[in-house]
Ligand binder design. Structure first.
Ligand code: CA
Length: 227
């Protein structure tokens, strides 16, 4: 199904999860330390990364940051903590999804499939959207503003694409969280806000002086040409 890289220092979990995911049809490689994991991401270009946060050599959040500096690979984090603040920090740091330890291999397999499904949906049969000077091509995942290319991270692009599917309509943060992160989960407004502010900066606008992304207080965001 997918080429999966597993970064997990617990020998028993690494072995059993590796076997179970292989049995589910994935091609699994596994390493036991964060530094080896970052190197493996750059070298092997896996399609999905499963990252244990509690590693012996590096903090899992630092590993996530290093991975993000070299790769847009979808990352599913395994964490022992499920408080909202920790989860929000992980999502802001670029995680795509998370599972709480202990988790079953079947649960992890379902998350892998869900992440890949969300990725696959983005490019299928959608046509280019133009709003004012902003042009979004879903298939090539290219964005230009007034003809100049804008480099977006995968999540920034996904957020813009989700808004571009309903140009002129107000989309709630809850809807964006469900559509872009696959998390029908309250308390994630800040995650949307953080990515939105990064997206705004790259599009050359601010919340106070929007050009394309207009906040509707207490409701959500809409993509529309200014004026
Ligand atoms: Ca661990």
């Amino acid at each position: 199904m997918a080429r999966v890289l597993l970064i997990e220092d617990d020998d028993a979990i690494r072995t059993s999860l590796g076997k179970a995911l292989t049995a589910a049809g994935h091609v699994v490689s596994a390493v036991a330390a964060g530094a080896d994991g970052v190197a493996a991401v750059a070298r092997d270009k896996p399609e999905v990364l499963l990252l244990d946060l509690g590693l012996p050599d590096l903090d899992g959040r630092d590993v996530l940051a290093m991975v993000r500096s070299v790769s847009d690979v979808p990352v599913i984090v395994a964490t022992a903590r499920d408080d909202d603040a920790s989860v929000v920090r992980l999502l802001d740091a670029g995680a795509d999804d998370y599972v709480i330890k202990p988790f079953s291999a079947a649960q992890m397999d379902a998350r892998i499939r869900a992440v890949l499904r969300r990725l696959g949906q983005d490019q299928q049969g959608e046509s280019t959207v133009e709003v004012g000077g902003l042009r979004i091509d879903p298939r090539s995942r290219e964005v230009t503003v007034d003809g100049a290319a804008v480099e977006l991270t995968r999540k920034e692009f996904d957020l813009l694409l989700a808004l571009s599917r309903r140009p002129g309509a107000v989309v709630t943060k809850r809807e964006l969280l469900a559509e872009v992160w696959g998390l029908p989960w309250g308390g994630g407004d800040r995650t949307v806000d953080v990515h939105l502010s990064w997206l705004r900066r790259k599009l050359g606008e601010t919340a106070a002086e929007p050009r394309f992304l207009h906040s509707v207080r207490g409701v959500g965001i809409k993509l529309a040409a200014d004026g």
